[in-house]
Design a protein around this ligand. Structure first.
Ligand code: 3PG
Ligand code: MG
Length: 396
């Protein structure tokens, strides 16, 4: 790997500008999921342990250059302090007088959190002058925000060019998990891709058919593939204008030796509601007035069999309408199959992106996966084979 880590840096007595992603969900002013906070603790602790002073740079929401009070990182500070167990100070701005004074006053052994970088429009334009104001605060830059690395922003990209830079522990863990899943994986590799739309995952599917040995397609996007094969799908959610594209992807897969696995049986209902009356049918038997809301048990068995003969799994997106029971059954069963194989040491399983983590948590499978990414958009862009600016800059 072509980037430095904390182990390569001189940290003793140094102020370490540390880019983290603590863009966590909030309800009634409280953090409802601390995963992203928990996952940055090793980096902060290692910097403190080496005698460095961590000064945290982060965004929160999308305030678009305005000081939106509901997007103040003050809201996240107490949860961070509680998780870390050392005092976390706060500065009202991430550059200028307030930031400089807070950095100068920071005692060894404590942490400083700077206000939302996106309160400045110059953050998202990757402005070099703004980046220089950030860089002026410290002597070392550490990026631990893989989940924000798809953004070429001043605190993720431009600043890294101005200071000795390294990857933090979470960044290292994310990158090595992704490398194990798609970079140089043990084969056969199976990808599971679900979700509503083919149109939002075109680049993803195109990259995957060239890289993986088996591709399981589920969720609403499977309906578009079934329609492309001439299967009647009734009133199911589908992008009929994308059937040509779906056919092209299937042809590319065939040429590349990637086996596409689509539903062989389906669970249909007449309404999209929890507990709606439903029936399980062969894939070609969807009634005209019904919609497909999940894959059936034969499909789950085929996916489980595929996983049994795979060495690596990369998973993004649910197989059915997992938000409403009983249409979460296929997602749950497939996730549990993957979890079991991982527990037995037979499978390396990596998952990430948006709904995926929620679906795997709901299935009770997340803890057994080899690695669950903290990233949404960055995970997807990485799966698409794109260069992430926040990673690329660390390599230069
Ligand atoms: C995320 O929550 O996915 C990251 O923090 C990136 O946020 P953004 O999509 O607002 O850039
Ligand atoms: Mg996002």
């Amino acid at each position: 790997m072509g980037w430095k880590t904390l182990d390569d840096m001189e940290l003793d007595g140094k102020t370490v500008l540390t880019r983290v992603d603590i863009n966590v969900p909030i309800e009634d002013g409280k953090v409802t999921d601390t995963t992203r906070i928990d996952r940055i603790l090793p980096t902060i602790r290692d910097i403190l342990g080496a005698g460095g002073k961590p000064v945290l740079l982060a965004h929160f929401g999308r305030p678009k250059g305005a000081r939106v009070p509901e997007m103040s990182l003050q809201i996240v500070r107490p949860a961070l302090e509680a998780a870390l167990g050392v005092p976390v100070r706060f500065a009202e701005d991430c550059i200028g007088g307030p930031a400089k004074e807070a950095v100068a006053a920071l005692p060894a052994g404590e942490v400083l959190l700077l206000e939302n970088t996106r309160y400045h429009a110059a953050e998202t334009t990757n402005d070099p002058v703004f980046a220089a104001s950030l860089a002026a605060l410290g002597q070392v830059y550490c990026n631990d925000a893989f989940s924000a690395a798809h953004r070429a922003h001043a605190s993720t990209e431009a600043v890294a060019k101005l200071l000795p830079s390294c990857a933090g522990r979470l960044m290292q863990a994310e990158l090595s998990a992704l490398e194990a899943a798609l970079g140089d994986p043990a084969r056969p590799v199976t990808a599971v891709v679900g979700g509503a739309k083919v149109s939002t995952k075109l680049d993803l599917l195109g990259n995957l058919v060239a890289k993986v040995d088996r591709l399981v397609i589920g969720g609403g996007m499977a309906n578009t593939f079934l329609a492309a094969q001439g299967v009647a799908i009734g009133k199911s959610l589908a992008e009929h204008e994308m059937t040509g594209t779906a056919s092209e992807i299937m042809a590319e897969a065939e040429a590349a030796g990637c086996r596409i696995i689509l539903p062989v049986d389906i669970v249909v209902a007449r309404e999209f509601a929890a507990g709606a009356a439903h029936e399980t049918l062969p894939v070609d038997a969807c009634p005209e007035d019904a919609m497909i809301l999940d894959a059936g048990p034969d499909t789950v068995a085929a996916v489980a069999e595929t996983l049994q003969s795979s060495k690596t799994l990369i998973w993004n997106g649910p197989l059915g309408a997992f938000e409403i029971a009983p249409f979460d059954a296929a997602t749950n069963a497939a996730a549990q199959a993957a979890a079991g194989l991982t527990r037995d040491g037979a499978l390396t399983s990596v998952a990430g992106g948006g709904d995926t983590v929620a679906a795997l948590n709901q299935a009770g499978a997340a803890d057994d996966f080899t690695y669950i990414s903290t990233a949404g958009g960055a995970f997807l862009e990485w799966m698409e084979g794109k260069t992430l600016p926040g990673v690329a800059v660390l390599e230069s």
